[in-house]
Design a protein around this ligand. Structure first.
Ligand SMILES: Cc1cc2nc3c(=O)[nH]c(=O)nc-3n(C[C@H](O)[C@H](O)[C@H](O)COP(=O)(O)OP(=O)(O)OC[C@H]3O[C@@H](n4cnc5c(N)ncnc54)[C@H](O)[C@@H]3O)c2cc1C
Length: 624
């Protein structure tokens, strides 16, 4: 390869051209119709200028405002001083191994090249053209999902005699005002209950640049009203004193009030190669877009350019080659870092359930003191807010749960065989239970299904503990499962099974009083549960058996039992139920008989029929 064409003379195209030239590459041509006329607004982080100065080894100057245009103007001057060939023309297509470019007079020029760099920012002029010719040669994908994509930028003069600039976060003010402004924003098309983002960047003198999030479909005639309402929301003042700056006299087209989209995408492939075309490599925003609010565009772009330069080897006579493997490897790590920074930023912007809980109580307070007509007006919003709260609780609970459960979806155990991350797990369940309480419709179903799933996970774990003879841990699991069931499954058939198993585990753990309570509670609940009648009878039998067994133990152990007659009577009734049940099994009768033999309770013996008594006698004599 010998000839390099760079389409796009924004910060990254200019930087790459400068660095290539500094490294000894001579055959470089930059093309951009905008080259040399830089008026773009956008305030950069001041550190960018120092970093670029260090990278290039030449001063990258700024006025006192740190504008994007300052970087571009300064880099352009450096490029000119290095005699880099710059054409005021735009790339319009490929002509075999050449770029077709069109200048301001609509004259077409053909620019032969071996390497074509796409530095056209989010337009991705070269990447898109390659994709048109070779569908899907480059895959362009969204990186993360910003909840809002459209933004408004406005240069303003801040009139108010304030010492500080308008705050970027909501100021403390009356709840009525806050709710009123939020409702006004929602009436203009704002979705949800997280207020639109607002950033106020102070410029020279009393000028400020406002950036605000704006609804996608808001008519342009409403943009000023939107800005005013957002500023009011954030400053707490209905008439915060500012005026929009008029368009620049020097550069008529210089926008001072404009909307733009932020929806970062990335190109997955590092390059495109084809025998009849130049090798195409995207850089800068064309490769991966930033979000202006986290100021990584230039920094990350400059680092990725360094990765490319590190992989380029200049040989003699201006011939060069690229070690693509090396480039891909280094690039992947840099892209990953960039994408991770964006994802983190968007995640942090998603408000937590605490935000909704707080807002819910604010709306409640406002509604409580509002007039009847105002209350009626706020009701639909309030209902929507409750659902948003439930959704945020569900998301928080579900995300936490996913981070806790094992890869096979089970409750994790630590090295001591105890539940790991137990507190986190309990918090996640608490969030889901709250979500279930507040949710409506599909979300309600989702929350109940999720809780049902967790109850069964506890049940499964309880079985594991039983197999290990760890009855205490098993019971703890049943208690958790029951706690969840109490909230969501109380009237469902599956709750009976879990409670029955819980009763049995209490038996194994010799906790007879709890066993009795659990059996009684489930027996009273089962009456009202809609389930298969046969199943119901079977479980009633099993629970009566457990009740009888529990009572026999209690009557034996607790000699001092108050109301003993009552419990003996209860025990009698339970045994009678068991004996008369069609589900009676010999082994159960034997179990009862044996127990009575070991712990003879006179009043009980007469309820066993003769055969049972003889069984008991035989059993006793055998043991003797
Ligand atoms: C408000 C705002 C604030 C920001 N703050 C920061 C910050 O603090 N720190 C930071 O690192 N980044 C910041 N950024 C991001 C940064 O500005 C971008 O990452 C950077 O401009 C990307 O440079 P680029 O050269 O890749 O693309 P661009 O700057 O988009 O330049 C692309 C160039 O390609 C040209 N072009 C387009 N189509 C063609 C064509 N067909 N043929 C030829 N040329 C073409 C355009 O005219 C343009 O000059 C901010 C951005 C904004 C909007």
């Amino acid at each position: 390869m010998k000839e390099i064409a760079i389409a796009g003379a924004g910060p990254m195209g200019l930087l790459l051209a400068i660095r290539l030239k500094q490294l000894g590459y001579e055959n470089i041509t930059l093309v951009d119709a905008r080259a040399g006329t830089y008026t773009r607004p956008g305030i950069l982080n001041a550190s960018i200028f120092e970093e670029l100065t260090q990278l290039i080894g030449l001063p990258v100057d700024f006025s006192d405002s740190y504008h994007l245009k300052d970087v571009e103007r300064s880099l352009y001057k450096i490029a000119e001083s290095l005699n880099i060939k710059i054409m005021k023309a735009n790339f319009t297509g490929f002509e075999g191994k050449a770029l077709r470019v069109e200048d301001e007079h609509h004259d077409i020029h053909i620019l032969p090249c071996d390497l074509a760099i796409d530095a056209t920012g989010s337009r991705r002029a070269l990447v898109n053209e390659i994709n048109r010719l070779f569908p899907d040669a480059f895959s362009v994908q969204p990186i993360a999902d910003p909840s809002h994509k459209k933004h408004l930028m406005a240069y303003v003069k801040v009139e108010e005699k304030t010492d500080s600039d308008p705050p970027s976060t909501p100021a403390p003010y009356g709840f009525d005002f806050m709710v009123q402004k939020l409702e006004e924003l929602r009436a203009m098309g704002w979705k949800g209950f997280v207020e639109p983002g607002f950033y106020a960047l102070p410029l020279a003198k009393n000028k400020t640049c406002f950036y605000v999030e704006i609804p996608e479909n808001l008519d342009a005639s409403q943009h000023e009203k939107w800005l005013k309402t957002v500023v009011a929301f954030h400053t707490g003042k209905d008439n915060f004193d500012y005026t929009l700056l008029p368009a620049s006299r020097k550069y008529g087209s210089k926008p001072r009030f404009l909307t733009f989209i932020v929806d970062p995408h990335q190109v997955n492939e590092a390059f495109f190669q084809h025998a009849q075309f130049p090798c195409v490599i995207p850089v800068g925003d064309a490769q991966i877009e930033p979000d202006y609010r986290i100021g990584i565009g230039i920094k990350s772009g400059a680092y990725r350019i360094k990765c490319l330069l590190d992989a380029m080897v200049l040989e003699k006579d201006q011939e060069f080659h690229i070690d693509f493997e090396k480039y891909q490897k280094e690039l992947a790590a840099a892209m990953q870092m960039h994408a991770a920074a964006l994802s983190k930023f968007y995640q942090e912007k998603q408000r937590s359930y605490e935000h909704y809980a707080n807002l819910l109580s604010i709306y409640e307070t406002v509604i409580a003191s509002a007039s009847m007509s105002k209350q009626k007006e706020l009701q639909p919003s309030f209902a929507e807010l409750i659902q948003a709260y439930a959704q945020s609780l569900y998301d928080a609970g579900n995300n936490a749960l996913e981070s806790i459960l094992t890869s096979s979806g089970d409750i994790p155990l630590d090295k001591h065989g105890l539940i790991a991350d137990e507190k986190k797990l309990e918090d996640a369940i608490a969030r889901l239970i709250d979500a279930y309480k507040y949710a409506q419709g599909d979300l309600y179903t989702m929350a109940s299904l999720k809780l049902n799933e967790i109850a069964h996970l506890y049940e499964k774990l309880a079985d594991v503990f039983i197999q290990r003879g760890a009855y205490g841990s098993s019971l703890k699991c049943y208690e958790k499962a029951n706690m969840i069931i109490e909230k969501i499954l109380k009237d469902r058939a599956e709750s009976v099974l879990i409670k029955y198993k819980h009763t049995q585990t209490l038996h194994k753990a010799s906790r007879y009083e709890d066993m009795y309570d659990m059996a009684c509670q489930t027996l009273s609940e089962i009456k009202n549960i809609g389930m298969d009648p046969e199943e119901k009878k079977k479980f009633t039998y099993k629970l009566e058996l457990n009740k009888a067994l529990a009572l026999l133990h209690i009557l034996h152990i607790r000699k001092d039992l108050e109301e003993r007659d009552y419990y003996e009577d209860e025990c009698n009734k339970a045994i009678k139920h068991v004996k008369s049940s069609p589900y009676l099994k010999d082994k159960h009768l034997l179990q009862l008989t044996k127990l009575l033999g070991e712990i003879p309770i006179e009043s009980m013996c007469n309820i066993l029929k003769d055969g049972d008594k003889s069984d008991l006698a035989a059993d006793k004599s055998k043991r003797r």
